[in-house]
Design a protein around this ligand. Structure first.
Ligand code: ADP
Ligand code: ADP
Length: 242
């Protein structure tokens, strides 16, 4: 098997006295699509926040592209990773949140240009061209000059996806991206994710309650219960053929 793009080795996370993750071991292969499923409070968001380096693990190791997120080797000795090192690793990770998190004062085109310009150092022209291409791909080519508040929830979520994708991440994280949407808007967002997943090369972690969607898109389904992986396998293995 190819070297995993993401690796959790015996990862625990406690908030004070509360042990939220109790020893997570998880290897994600390049291009692998993972659905993370579990009851509220089981630790799904925490697993994702650790990978985004929004939280630090209590113990264990998390690697992206074989690079330790929290420590690095310097002259044969492990030291805490610095901000510059973290920024560089984080560049490989894209995320879409439940609540869009778009910049309200920017047009949707500008929302999709700012990361490539300021983080990737692309020229304005290059960033504009790539952003338009990606917005067309998510079906919003006619909305590029609109502001977020002029869009429906489903359209906002598709902008959020385009904004993450223009960064060309190696891993995309989707944290319950449809749970804040009106039911009639869920389908269009799931459809875009299906399309992205089919293109292949990116790994994805999808936190979702949509079982049919998980079955369609995921190579592997992982059930989390009370901070441990309780079951995992292909959709056929864990959900059967019905
Ligand atoms: P899920 O995404 O599966 O609903 P979370 O990862 O959000 O689960 O949360 C798991 C548990 O960790 C919950 O009991 C939650 O209250 C707790 N938790 C999450 N973040 C914090 C925090 N910053 N401080 C204290 N407890 C937290
Ligand atoms: P989600 O809807 O993604 O599960 P939550 O509403 O559980 O998110 O949590 C939102 C934020 O509050 C997160 O940053 C989480 O870390 C934090 N949080 C969750 N539970 C607690 C808690 N018991 N104490 C402190 N912070 C918490």
């Amino acid at each position: 098997m190819a070297e995993p793009v993401v690796k959790y080795k015996n990862v625990t996370k406690s908030f004070g006295e509360v042990d939220v993750l109790k020893g997570i071991n998880l290897d994600i292969a390049p291009a692998e699509k993972i659905a993370l499923i579990g009851p509220s409070g089981s630790g799904k968001t925490t697993i994702i926040r650790l990978l985004m380096t929004l939280e630090e693990p209590t113990s264990g190791i998390i690697e992206v592209n074989s690079q330790n997120l929290w420590q690095m080797e310097k002259k044969g000795k492990m030291v805490r990773a610095n901000e510059k090192h973290l920024r560089q690793i984080r560049g490989d990770i894209g995320m879409v949140f439940q609540h869009f998190n778009l910049f309200p004062h920017m047009t949707i085109l500008e929302n999709c240009m700012t990361g490539p310009i300021h983080v990737k150092g692309q020229s304005k022209e290059e960033a504009r061209k790539n952003a338009i291409e990606m917005l067309e791909k998510v079906g919003l080519g006619d909305k590029v000059d609109n502001f977020p508040n002029q869009l429906s929830g489903g359209q906002k979520q598709r902008v959020a996806m385009a904004r993450a994708l223009v960064m060309r991440p190696k891993v995309m994280l989707f944290d319950e991206v449809t749970s804040a949407l009106d039911p009639e808007l869920v389908g269009e967002v799931l459809e875009v994710i299906r399309e992205i997943a089919k293109e292949g090369e990116m790994a994805m972690i999808l936190v979702t309650h949509e079982m049919d969607f998980a079955r369609d898109v995921a190579d592997r389904i992982i059930f989390l219960e009370d901070g441990v992986i309780s079951e995992q396998g292909t959709p056929e293995e864990v959900l059967g053929n019905t």
